[in-house]
Design a protein around this ligand. Structure first.
Ligand code: 5AD
Ligand code: SF4
Length: 463
């Protein structure tokens, strides 16, 4: 019997990856994916708990799903609703109490248990599975088929570590995702090889603290992230490697050298700083100073002059004075970013910062956020304009917005639209940038497609 599955992902890339792995694990159970939630027999909400707003979104979505489920029931169709992800982990029992429409709750470490949980649900139980099981979920999750991988495009995420031991005072991750665990090198290489065989050309390694990676190598000793990149760069067909999210404390010499030495490692670094004030960094338990951060950036840029930087910022952390905020703005000015994820501080129950005195009023947070985002947006616009006239390598991924166009990504992840034949989809091709739009760059091919060598990967795609 085939049934339809709709997975809705909130939050970070880890969730996007997990959502795909849930779909892979449910495929042998007869579930095919649908993008239309109204069509689904099983709806999984893969939730995010990082800020209060993110968690509240789940409850409003559950309100909508309740109506849909009740309407389906009138026509004799049973819809099962599962809540997964970090809200599930943090407040599983509370979800069951607040939302009677939910049939099962499953935490991020237990997705391989989904088929068994669905059986329990079919028997009329309402299982809540949020224990951290000892066994590695990755050993139990099903791999995608080659076709499923291909259908997802030419780029892929690959989780190499999960969890966090850093305990920044604002953050729920160490409580929801648990202690840091790095996957063994052999497993990651196997997964990357499978992706390459299916035609994937770019892999982004992901983890809450990705550069804290210390997985076991084939010789029993641990690998750094840089060593892992060296190994993955050897896989034929993998042209581009990226990683996210890093912590300044874990940037070591080998990672800086990898940015200098490995052409596959894209010149891009997402390195959250959160604040430019030493006083606030200390209260956040970030374990580095503003100066440490500046020095890392300086060394990285020396190793890779083309490096583009993005960061995360929190404004309105408890006790943040105007002067502290000015320090953050000065840091942004000094470094020059080409994008950020910036947030108003959101108190999370159970974290130390939520208990701190001197919480900042909402209107102050709003003003500071707007000012910060305006500054970074200006830097991004300048960065994009600076690309005009440059020749960049673009990985073409899909048909473009208008007929005759194809679309791809620059080394810095900017979307690029070019008039070019669809046969170039799947290739990395040189493009001269001619203009910028709100989000995209526009360009023209700097080589005649007729004279290009036939790329090995294109052949693989057509195999
Ligand atoms: N409030 C606001 N932003 C937060 N982040 C994490 N916890 C909070 C919080 N309580 C932000 C940080 C982190 C990103 C993933 O989310 O900037 O780097
Ligand atoms: Fe949260 Fe800090 Fe760990 Fe990042 S490093 S996941 S912000 S505790």
């Amino acid at each position: 019997m085939t049934r339809k599955l709709h997975v809705k992902s909130y939050g970070c890339q880890m969730n996007v990856y997990d959502s795909l792995r849930m779909a892979d694990t449910l495929a042998p159970e007869g579930f095919t994916e649908t993008s239309d939630v109204n069509d689904a027999d099983l709806v999984v909400l893969n939730t995010c708990h990082i800020r209060e707003k993110a968690a509240e979104k789940v409850y409003s979505e559950l309100g909508r799903l309740r109506v849909m489920k009740d309407e389906a029931a009138l026509t004799g169709r049973k819809v099962t609703i599962a809540v997964a992800g970090c809200v599930a982990q943090a407040e599983g029992a509370e979800i069951m109490r607040r939302a009677p429409t939910v049939d099962l709750v499953v935490g991020p470490q237990s997705y391989h248990r989904l088929p068994a949980l669905l059986e329990q649900s079919a028997r009329g139980e309402r299982p809540v599975e949020t224990e951290f099981p000892v066994d590695d979920k990755f050993n139990h999750l099903k791999d995608p088929t080659r076709e499923a991988t291909r259908a997802r495009g030419l780029t892929a995420f690959l989780t190499i570590q999960e969890g966090c031991d850093k305990f920044c005072t604002f953050c729920v991750v160490p409580y929801t995702r648990g202690a840091e665990v790095s996957r063994p090198v052999a497993k990651i290489v196997e997964e990357a090889q499978r992706l390459a065989d299916a035609g994937i050309r770019e892999i982004t390694l992901i983890g809450q603290n990705v550069n804290g990676y210390h997985g076991e190598g084939p010789d029993g000793r641990s690998f750094t992230l840089a060593r892992l990149f060296e190994r993955l760069a050897k896989i034929p067909g993998i042209d581009r490697l990226r990683y996210t999210t890093s912590h300044p404390r874990d940037v070591d010499d080998s990672l800086i050298a990898a940015h200098r030495d490995l052409p596959e490692l894209m010149p891009q670094l997402h390195l959250p700083v959160q604040s430019g004030s030493d006083r606030i960094l200390d209260a956040m338990n970030r374990n580095h100073t503003r100066d440490d951060y500046l020095r890392i950036v300086e060394r990285m840029r020396k190793a890779q002059p083309k490096l583009a930087l993005t960061s995360d910022f929190i404004v309105g952390f408890p006790g943040e004075s105007d002067e502290d905020f000015r320090d953050t703005m000065r840091l942004i000015d000094e470094i020059g970013f080409c994008g950020s994820y910036s947030f108003k501080y959101s108190p999370r129950p159970g974290t130390p910062a939520a208990e701190m005195d001197d919480q900042i009023p909402e209107n102050v947070k709003t003003e500071r956020l707007l000012e910060l985002q305006t500054l970074v947006d200006g830097q991004l616009t300048a960065f994009n304009r600076g690309c005009i006239g440059q020749t960049l390598e673009v990985l073409f991924e899909k048909p473009g917005r208008f007929p005759g166009q194809i679309a791809g990504k620059s080394p810095w992840l900017q979307p690029v639209q070019v008039d070019a034949p669809p046969s170039l989809i799947g290739t990395v091709t040189k493009v001269t940038i001619t203009g910028t739009g709100t989000f995209s760059l526009f360009g023209k091919l700097s080589q005649n497609p007729e004279t290009m060598p036939r790329e090995t990967k294109l052949a693989a795609l057509e195999a």
